[in-house]
Design a protein around this ligand. Structure first.
Ligand code: TYM
Length: 363
């Protein structure tokens, strides 16, 4: 056995997940999935499709089911070779919600109300969010008296479920985009708190952020992250977009005043395009700035378009084949869930024992 072939039991564990939103965005790809595929040989990898997270915004049942297939097919098409990692659906593994409940009982409500993503989502639903500067308390008042606009408790408790996803596997490393950093901090706090109260149980997970691409921004409003929930269809590029869509979206991407091509806070549009270029070409931002010296935005957009078309073509083609084969996708998910369940069960049982839940009698 050479050095590369470390037995998988000794390899550190990575765990990360994404919501089954149907179409993966370029942000999901560059900030997350592409990096996961580069870690397959050196880690024991668990990749979850978190359908229970997806129901915090009530989905259409048939759409959710189809999105899970679409998501696994895109994962594999993006390079997550099922022979080298465990890919599973969150609701197929017993333990995520069980551990989430245990951790919920250790989490002050205030900590959850202060989560940036929760405040953003609450604000989107029409709630006015005010934070008391001295106490840090968060108060919500309903601005628009719309009957349908209410925040469900799932949206508030979402980060605890995410912490459970990670701790259930005692993951060493969690590769995520920048937007998940705060959730990961909560996870680390909860793990530490549990260990202190009940003795060493959880590994404190480390975040792993991509060097380039950890935050891909909207193509139309580059001060906001690229997201599937954006109302403007030109703002978000999808992994499955065809060359025409890519050309149109990059063509209409917002640039900035002036003509200089450089990374700067004053130039969020150009900076975003440079970041996308750099993550796809592997050329450092510094070298790209020299390369584009004296050139115009048109040239930058043309190169970004070409790189995207080239990179995403094989992904799209492979996806089109994979999505036709539901029984293969089912088999991948079944094997992934079995491996995940094996690991999750051990850790859940240990946690239940430590907090005093009575063990089931064996025959
Ligand atoms: P989700 O489904 O929104 O995104 C999946 C992954 O894609 C990254 N990402 C981005 N990276 C760079 N730029 C962007 N514009 C961008 N948009 C998304 C996210 O950071 C993430 O890594 N709560 C999580 C899912 C989750 C999870 C977990 C992640 C549930 N449990 C346990 C890690 C570990 C979420 O909604 O990601």
């Amino acid at each position: 056995m050479n050095n590369k072939e470390t037995p998988s039991k000794l390899k550190p564990v990575i765990l990360t997940c994404a919501q089954p939103t149907g179409n993966l965005t370029l942000g999901n790809y560059l900030g997350a999935i592409r990096n996961w595929s580069e870690m397959l040989d050196d880690y024991q990898c668990f990749f979850g499709i978190v359908d229970l997270h997806a129901i915090t915004v009530p989905p259409k049942p048939a759409e959710l089911r189809q999105n899970v297939y679409s998501c696994i097919a895109q994962y594999i098409a993006c390079g997550l070779d099922p022979a080298k990692c465990h890919q599973f659906v969150q609701s197929h593994v017993i333990g995520h919600t069980e551990l989430a409940w245990i951790l919920t009982c250790m989490t002050p409500i205030g900590e959850l109300q202060r989560m940036t993503q929760f405040k953003d989502k609450a604000a989107k639903l029409g709630f006015k969010v005010a934070e008391d500067k001295d106490s840090g308390d968060v108060k919500f008042s309903h601005e628009k008296m719309r009957a349908q606009a209410s925040i469900n408790a799932g949206l508030l408790c979402y980060p605890v479920l995410m912490a459970a996803d990670i701790l259930l596997y005692n993951a060493d490393l969690v590769p995520v985009g920048e937007d998940q950093r705060q959730h990961l901090e909560l996870c680390r706090d909860l793990a530490g708190r549990f260990n202190q109260k009940y003795s060493e149980t959880f590994t404190i997970p480390e975040p792993y952020l991509a060097k380039a691409g950890a935050r891909i921004m909207s193509l139309i409003e580059p001060v906001r992250k690229m997201s599937k929930s954006d109302d403007n269809e030109r703002a978000t590029l999808y992994v499955l977009d065809d060359p025409n869509q890519i050309k149109k979206k990059i063509g209409t991407a917002v640039t900035d005043s002036g003509s200089e091509i450089k990374l700067s806070k004053e130039k969020p549009g150009v900076s975003n395009l440079l970041t996308i270029h750099s993550s796809l070409s592997g050329i450092s931002i510094e070298n790209l700035e020299s390369h584009f010296l004296g050139k115009g935005y048109g040239e930058l957009k043309a190169e970004v378009t070409e790189l995207l078309v080239e990179t995403l073509k094989p992904v799209r083609e492979s996806y089109q084949e994979l999505i036709k084969d539901k029984s293969y996708l089912d088999a991948v998910l079944k094997a992934g869930s079995e491996a995940a369940q094996k690991r999750a069960f051990k850790i859940l049982s240990k946690v239940q024992r430590k907090i005093g839940l009575p063990e089931r009698a064996r025959n």
